[in-house]
Design a protein around this ligand. Sequence first.
Ligand code: FAD
Length: 387
Amino acid sequence: MKTDYGTICVGGGAAGLYFASLVPDCLLLEKTDRVGSKLLLTGGGMCNFTHEGEPYEIVEHYYDRKLFASPSIYNHPPKDIIRRFEELGVPSFTREDGCVFPRSRKAEDVVNALKGACSEIRTNSAPVSIRKVDGRFVVRTKDAVYTCDNVVLATGGDTWPETGSTGDAASYVKIFGNRVTSLRPGLCQLRLKDRIKNVEGVTVNDLNFTLDGKHYCGSVLFTRIGITGPVVLNASRNVGKTSRIAIHFTDIRRSEIKTLPQSKVVSNAITERTGLPESIVKSLVLPIAYDKRIAQLTKEEIAKIHEQLTNYRTSVSTWGEGKKGMVTCGGVDTVGLNSKTLQSKTTPGFYAIGECVDVDGECGGYNLTFAFASAYTAAQSILKGRS
Ligand SMILES: Cc1cc2nc3c(=O)[nH]c(=O)nc-3n(C[C@H](O)[C@H](O)[C@H](O)COP(=O)(O)OP(=O)(O)OC[C@H]3O[C@@H](n4cnc5c(N)ncnc54)[C@H](O)[C@@H]3O)c2cc1C
C-alpha cells in the first residue's frame, strides 16, 4: 500500500473533494464510509453550488469575513466554478434569483463528478494524529501511517453531525499554532418564545422585523416553533442568549382600527384591511377580542391589537436548532491563515479550507462557493510550490 504522498487532504466534503480533484498525488482521507454526504443534502438535493455574480458582488455575502474570503473568490470566481463543473461533465443553469444548480438538478451528479476526478480516496479513515517531523508531515490513522509534504484540513463545521462534520478541526490545528474560534450555528430557523399558534406552513411576503435593533425584510415562513425563510436564516447567526425580535406585521395606525367597518368581526376586518393571512390575524387578535365586532372594541383592546399587529415582541433563540444550522459560524481562526493561500502562517505546508475555516456566507450558494474557491486557492499554492 502506498503511504507517501505529495498532499494528504483530511475530509471528503465539498472543499476536500474539489481540492483533491485538482491536485495530483493527493490522498483524500474521509472519516465516514462515504464522501460528500452533506453535499448530497444541499439545495434540497439539487445543490445550489454557486451564485452568479462578479467577485466584488459575491464577497459582500460573507458578513465580517469578506476581506479574508476576497482573495479566494477573486482567484476562483463563480464563472470559473461553473466552468470547472462543465469540464467535469456537470452543466448548470442559473435560476432567476442568481442561484446556480446542476442542469440535472441532482446533487449526486456533483458528488460523482468530483469523486471521479480524485486520484485516491480512503474512507473510514480519520487521522488520530498529525505531526510535522523533519519538514514533512506524519499522518496516523487507526490502520496506517502516512507521510506527505502538505496537509490540507477540510473537515467542515459541526452542524448536521450525521454527515460526518463534527468539528474535528480543533483537535488537529492546535499543534500547529493555529486556534479555532468558538462554533455556533448559522442559517437556521429561529425559535420564538411566544410562538404564534396555528400558523404552521403560512408564508408572509415582505415581512418586516427587527432583531436586536437591526431591521430585516423578506419572505418569512411560520413553523411549528418559530420562523424561517432566507432572510431569517441569514439573520440567525446574530442571535445570542438574550436576543429579542419585534415583528411588524403591518403598519396600520391605531386610530385606523376604530374606523374599520363597524359591524364586521374584528379579525375579518383586519384581514381585509391588511391583506395578512387570516390564520395569522386570528392568532394575534382572537385572544384579545374573540368574536367581537369593531364597534364593540374598547380603547384598551384597540391598543393591544395594534401592538400585536405592528410590534409583536418576544425572545428568540436558535436553541435546539444548533445542530441543524446549514452552516457553522466560527472555525479555524483566519488570523493564523494567509488569505491568499489558506496556508497556516506558523506551519508551512499546513492548510485549512472550506467550512472548517471561520468564514460563513449567506444563503444562496455562497458557502459552497467559498468551499470551492478556497480549495482552488490552496491547490494553486501547493501546485506552484512544486513547480
Ligand atoms: C441541509 C443543508 C443544505 C445546504 N445547502 C447549501 C446550498 O444549497 N448551497 C450552499 O452553498 N451551501 C449549502 N449548505 C452548506 C454547505 O453544504 C457547506 O458549507 C459545505 O458542505 C462545506 O463544505 P466542507 O467540505 O467545508 O465541509 P463538509 O461538506 O461538511 O465536509 C466535511 C467532510 O469532512 C469529513 N470529516 C470530518 N472530520 C473528519 C476527520 N477527522 N477525518 C476525516 N474526515 C473528516 C466529514 O465526514 C465530511 O465528509 C447546506 C448545508 C446543509 C446542512
